[in-house]
Structures are given as structure tokens and as C-alpha cells.
Write a protein of this length. Sequence first.
Length: 394
Amino acid sequence: MILLYILITFILIPITLLIAFLCLQILCGVLFFNKYNTPLTGPRKAVAILIPAHNEAAVIEKTLQALTPQLTSKDRVIVVADNCQDNTADLARKFNLEVIIRTNKQLKGKGYALDFGIQHLKNSPPETLIILDADCIVEDFAIDQLAIAAHLYKTPIQSLYLMKNILENKQNSNTNMFAFFIKNQLRPLGLKALNLPCQLMGSGMAFSWNLINKVDFANSDLVEDMKLGVDFTLQDLSPTFIPSARIYSHFPDDHSIKKIQSTRWEHGHLTVIKSLVPKLLRNYLTSKKLRICFFALDLSIPPLSLFIIVTFMHLFLIGIMTIILLPPAFLIYIISLNLCFILSILTAWFTRGRNLISGIDIIKIPFYILKKLSIYINFMKKRQASWIKTNRNK
């Protein structure tokens, strides 16, 4: 029986650490929500903005219309028309930008398009490289803030990257938007308040050019941004979050397309946890650098829906085992853990998220989570291994 107690305790340790760290991030994000809004000041170096674009005719013009007013005469914009079957390249050329064509049916994925653009820039490298997705809108002064931050911090820089709905009052979309708000704003703000690194988010990233050769961009990872963050962190160059630089994109309105996008993100995240978190922890054991340990802990927090499923499965199983074998202390402990988790989410909603999702939609979240079960089941049965483009309609 003692061995069983030890085993259950050992199983509870990692989930306790993950929930505690997530709750701490959210609490700090709520408390310091407005602390880092002051724009950075300093020299604004010339930048090159690299935009990988695969069949982005539906959105590329809006992106470039928002971007071009923020450019100086010394800045460059390079659109990589990657294996396009539409007129993405022609639409981009209307803005008098550099458009380069990449055609390679074997090596597919955003990472290869980025590497193609970087190789193009090596003939005349910029001081700062900014990576922007073709469907992202940069808010006012975002490029200035990214350029200043890259020069100031000498680390990879991540802007505040949020998602919005095309149509209002859609419950699933509102829930997605709230989850994205927690992941991409509250949690990075909490990490910043704790003086800890954030994850890279794929768009709105900035790098001093001398950082570019330190990692390999050419890959087909589903979440190449997470891998980049790991690669830089292992070289003691963990990313810095700059919330004064803001960009946003829109969720696809079509449910099937949205599911493809969500599957890519979540399968990619789980694959990164499985493959790269052990590498980070091994590095921490040899280097003893706490930032690497905390980065690994943050990366280990699974997608929010899956995390809720896992914690409640623990609650159910320990509840059953308490009836048969375990003392009540185990059940009390796991109930307390779940309550802390739920209260942190409700605190995020009540203090900062009520403009994103209504109270009625909050109550419906369990049904939203159940709809996502198929994504996690498919990860175990047949995970998505190749990069699939999110198609969009005008």
C-alpha cells in the first residue's frame, strides 16, 4: 500500500508543477496587465520584413496596406511566394516590394519559405529581420517597437500576437479567442513580470541579423516557432516579450478549416513537448541555468483544453481510488488543485476577458472541450506530421 501511495504522489508531482506555474503566470499577467504598455524608445534601425506566403491572395493586400505606412525609406519587405497556385505574387508586386518565387514540391512548410527568404537577404543583410505572416495586421508603431527592441535587448523578440473573429457572437470562436488571449497575452505578461522568457509565436518576431545563423529555419515542423524558441534558448538567447508591439490575425470562419488549423497547432505543440522538453531538461541538468528549466516548464503546459481534460481525469480516477484504496487526503488535494486551475481561468475572464467571451459562453466551455476530443484522440492514433496550409476565403 505504501508503494501505491508513493506512485500516486509521484504522478501528482508534474501535474502540480504545471498547474501551479500556469496559475502563477495568469495571476501575474492579470496583476501586471498594464505595466508594460509604455512604448520603447531608442534608435530605430533599418529592418527587412520577411513574409512567407503560400496562396495568400485573399489576405495579402490587407496585410501590406497596414504594413507599408510604417516603413522608412531604408526598410525592405520581401514576400516569399511559396509554391503558390494563385496570384499572391502579382498582388504583392502592386506595392513595389521585393517578391521572390519559391517552387519546391518536396520541401514544404513555412520554415523552408523562411530559409529561402533569409538566403536571399544574405547578399545584403539587414540590421534587423522581422518575420510576419501574410495574414497578420500590424497595429500602429508595431514595426518601430520591434526594431527598437531587437537593437535594445539583443535577443529574439516576440510581439503581442492575438486572434480576432471575423464574425461576432460565435460561441466557439469567442472561446478560441479567449484561450488565445490567455496563451499569447496573459501568460507571456506573467512570464515577463517574473523576468522569465516567453515562447516565440510564429509571427511578429524580430531578430538582430547576427542571430540568424545561430539556428536552422529550414524545417517542416508544424510549429516552427516553438522549435525556434527552443533552439535559441539552448544557446542562452531566450526570447523577450514586447507587448507594446501588437499584431493580430483572424480565425477562419469555416469550421472545417478552423479544425485543420487547430489540429496543426495542437499536434505540433504536443510533438514539441514530447521531442524537445527532454532535451531542454537535459541541458538544464548540465548547465544549471534556471531560465532553461522555467522555459521547459512553460513549454510543457499542454493546450488549455487538453490540460483541463487531463486534470479532471486525474480527479475522477483518484476519486474512484479513494473509495476503494486511498485515504481522503489524496482526493482533497486533487480537488484543491482543480479548483485553483478553474479559479485562475475565471479570474482571467472576470478581470480581463469579459469583452472577449460572455458568461454564458464560459459556462458552455465544457461542451467546447468535448468537441476537441477528436483532435487529441487523433494525436494518439494518427498525428498530423506534415505542414498543412490554413486556407482562407475573402
